[in-house]
Write a protein of this length. Structure first.
Length: 298
């Protein structure tokens, strides 16, 4: 999870409804067959679980858990990962290995590109900018494209500015060197317009992706920013928290309006990243479980 990624304590009708529904269903929040492999992966890469616990939270509306439930088969199986990649990079011919699989969680980059305080190689998931998941995709022309993924479930946000931290630190000063760079992928404008979630998160992830490509991580020369959120989360998708961006009417239009290359940003529903049935009995069993837990959220 990236800094600022919680829901500001507001709650929403969608969040309350989903939590009640999932509590009634019961069972583990994480697909049981994933537990051993994902626990080992998080340990090996010093990744923090939400809330600082030793494992996945029991909160049924956790975005971290939802992300893993949807993407873990793509991490483990090249064919499933390539099918996911081709939905967003049509000419993808391969997915490149990363951390023993084909997808990484809570990626923060190989260096402190954003000059955030507290960055270290062991700070994944710990109060610095990260992307919930990352893929590295090879295209037919031989170029490598990164797919950075931000996952939402029931989050919603207030119109509270994050331009100044709770300790009184002007956060705009941290990111302004990159925001003012002539090659910045975010259009010039009043920095403060970006410091409202979810735009604050999207801004930092965009800067991270740009800098990863600039520094040649995975040999990549381009990136796509995939933002996954249920269509039923109206409060997230149909409201704009930044006053300067409010005229654009929806989260997607507001964010695309500040990008130099808006086509790099893709909004997708969770079901849109899943593979079809029929790949294997194990995959079909997982998809059936997912249909019960998340199928109403497309």
């Amino acid at each position: 999870m990236s800094i600022g990624s919680l829901s500001m304590g507001l709650g929403s009708e969608f969040a309350h409804r989903e939590k009640a529904r999932l509590i009634a269903i019961g069972g583990e929040t994480l697909y049981p067959s994933f537990r051993e492999a994902i626990m080992r992966y998080y340990r090996e890469h010093s990744i923090s679980w939400w809330g600082g616990s030793e494992g996945p939270t029991d909160n049924p509306i956790s975005s971290q858990v939802a992300c893993i439930n949807h993407l873990e088969p793509a991490r483990l199986h090249r064919g499933i990962a390539l099918e996911l990649a081709r939905k967003h990079v049509a000419d993808a011919i391969d997915v490149l290995p990363i951390e023993g699989g084909f997808l990484a969680y809570e990626w923060i980059g190989n260096r402190s590109y954003l000059a955030e305080r507290g960055w270290s190689s062991k700070s994944r998931g710990r109060n610095i900018t990260s992307v919930d998941a990352l893929m590295s995709v090879k295209r037919t022309n031989g170029r490598v494209c990164l797919i950075i993924i931000e996952w939402k479930f029931t989050e919603c946000y207030s119109g509270v500015s994050l331009a100044v931290s709770k300790k009184g630190t002007p956060r705009t000063e941290i990111y302004s060197p990159l925001l003012e760079h002539p090659d910045c992928p975010i259009q010039r404008g009043k920095h403060e317009r970006l410091f409202f979630d979810p735009y604050d998160q999207l801004m930092r992830q965009t800067l991270l992706a740009w800098q990863m490509v600039e520094h040649g991580e995975f040999g990549a020369t381009e990136w796509i920013h995939l933002h996954v959120a249920p269509k039923s989360n109206f409060r997230l998708l149909r409201s704009v928290t930044s006053p300067d961006l409010a005229p654009f009417g929806t989260m997607e239009r507001a964010w695309r309006s500040v990008l130099v290359n808006p086509e790099r940003y893709r909004l997708a529903s969770p079901n849109a990243v899943l593979p079809p049935v029929g790949i294997s009995e194990q995959t079909d069993a997982w998809l059936a479980w997912m249909g019960v837990r998340y199928g109403v959220n497309d």
